[in-house]
Design a protein around this ligand. Structure first.
Ligand code: C6P
Length: 403
């Protein structure tokens, strides 16, 4: 695999002044994805699932083929287990508002982890508040693992476990297969937040035995505005709709309505066929590159960054020591400098990183900081970029008045 050829696929990367290290927030898009979306609107555009003429039928086909492509990508049993949403946040809210409101009752427990993004905290806080349920947090140990004692928080009272596969701050991968097994032994379901795992590793929802799995297209080369919720068919069949209206119905009378079968029951209003088509092209692209290559390249870059930063006395690094446990994410602080200042100084050198609480405030409180800087790399980043990033970082304290 030639990195130059890969980079040539990404129009925005042709401006080599910029180093884009904010891939955990959103990735860049290759021309194959941009062309797929463009092509959809140029050649196939009509309202899908409604019209009885050629263009609309073509739009429906493009949309349903994209669903099958996602099902194959995740190794779902059937394409009806794939629901298109706007993003991971909406997918997790769908589980909470539909499954959670119907199945979680007073005194029941919901177990999440301290590593969760706000999108996998707020929906469960809402359910706990509305239903009188108890929200519990799994806390990790010094090795970024959940001890048996922590895991014993999952009990017969637990109705739902919701955990991120990969943390957006630490990059660490959680043992979701083991968590699914524990949840199931206690009669609970598990919702996996796959926002940071799906772009970086091969995911098999059957192997994990996830009941629900959520992710966003925009973090894995696709355009913004398309996300996925995978759910086991037998659960989805029993769940009430989340949003209503449009083609999610079977029959509507003045007084009442019946609903379409899954997955359409969960897709109210005009669907986002153009971006679903783009997501299928993104999956083709990623699989063509191969997750072995993706993980190897990210690991190489992370190793380089970690080994350079660990020798700088005023830099604090967060997360596991091993580069292969970072999923391309390097989170750090520079003593005496607010991460926003670090990011602004790096911006003046055209280095794009993220700074702040990363929408994971309970995690940052657990770590003992209010904010951090975060560089997140993807397979199209290069060793030269890491070297330039480290050089720029070494200038930050000087810019801010330190000798
Ligand atoms: N994290 C980051 O910079 P949406 O916004 O719905 O596409 O993704 C939400 C989300 C859910 N879970 C995890 C683990 C995430 O990392 C994110 C998004 C971005 O870290 C934006 S805050």
């Amino acid at each position: 695999m030639n990195i130059k050829d890969i980079r040539a696929d990404f129009p925005i990367l042709s401006d080599e002044r910029y180093i884009y290290f904010d891939n955990a927030a959103t990735s860049q898009r290759p021309r194959q994805v941009l062309e797929a979306v463009d092509n959809f609107y140029r050649t196939t555009n009509a309202n899908p699932l409604r019209g009885l003429y050629e263009w609309s039928i073509g739009a429906t086909e493009a949309y349903e083929n994209a669903r099958s492509r996602v099902a194959e990508f995740l190794n779902a049993k059937d394409s009806s287990e794939i629901i298109f949403t706007r993003n991971a946040t909406e997918s997790l809210n769908l589980v909470a508002y539909s499954y959670g409101l119907a199945n979680i009752h007073e005194g029941d427990e919901i177990v999440i982890s301290i590593m969760e993004h706000h999108s996998n905290i707020l929906p469960w806080q809402m359910i706990a508040r509305k239903k009188g349920a108890v929200l519990k947090y799994l806390e990790y140990d010094e090795n970024y693992e959940f001890s048996d004692e922590e895991l014993s928080k999952i009990t017969d009272k637990t109705k739902l476990v919701a955990v991120t596969y990969v943390s957006n701050v630490l990059g660490v991968t959680n043992p979701v297969k083991k968590l699914a097994d524990i949840a199931h032994r206690h009669g609970a379901v598990i919702a996996v937040d796959g926002a940071q795992s799906t772009p970086h590793k091969k995911v098999d929802v059957k192997d994990i035995d996830a009941d629900f799995y959520a992710f966003s297209g925009h973090k894995m080369l696709s355009t913004m505005g398309i996300g996925v919720l995978y759910g086991k068919r037998e659960l989805l069949d029993e769940m009430p709709p989340f949003l209503t209206g449009g083609e999610m119905i079977e029959l509507v009378t003045r007084e009442t309505s019946t609903y379409a079968e899954v997955p359409h029951k969960f897709e109210a209003g005009t669907v986002n066929a153009g971006d679903a088509f783009g997501l299928a092209a993104a999956i083709d692209y990623l699989e063509n590159i191969g997750f072995d290559y993706i993980e190897k390249q990210e690991n190489k870059l992370t190793e380089l960054a970690l080994s350079a930063l660990k020798d700088i006395p005023y830099v604090t690094l967060y997360g596991a020591k091993e580069s292969e446990r970072h999923s391309g994410i390097v989170t750090f602080n520079i003593e005496g400098c607010h991460p926003h200042d670090v990011s602004s100084v790096l911006d003046s050198e055209h280095v794009c990183i993220r700074a702040g609480h990363h929408c994971a405030q309970p995690l940052l409180k657990y770590i003992g900081v209010n904010a951090t800087a975060r560089a997140s790399m993807y397979f199209y980043n290069t060793e030269e970029e890491v070297e330039r990033f480290v050089d720029s970082l070494k200038k930050v304290r000087g810019w801010l008045g330190y000798k």
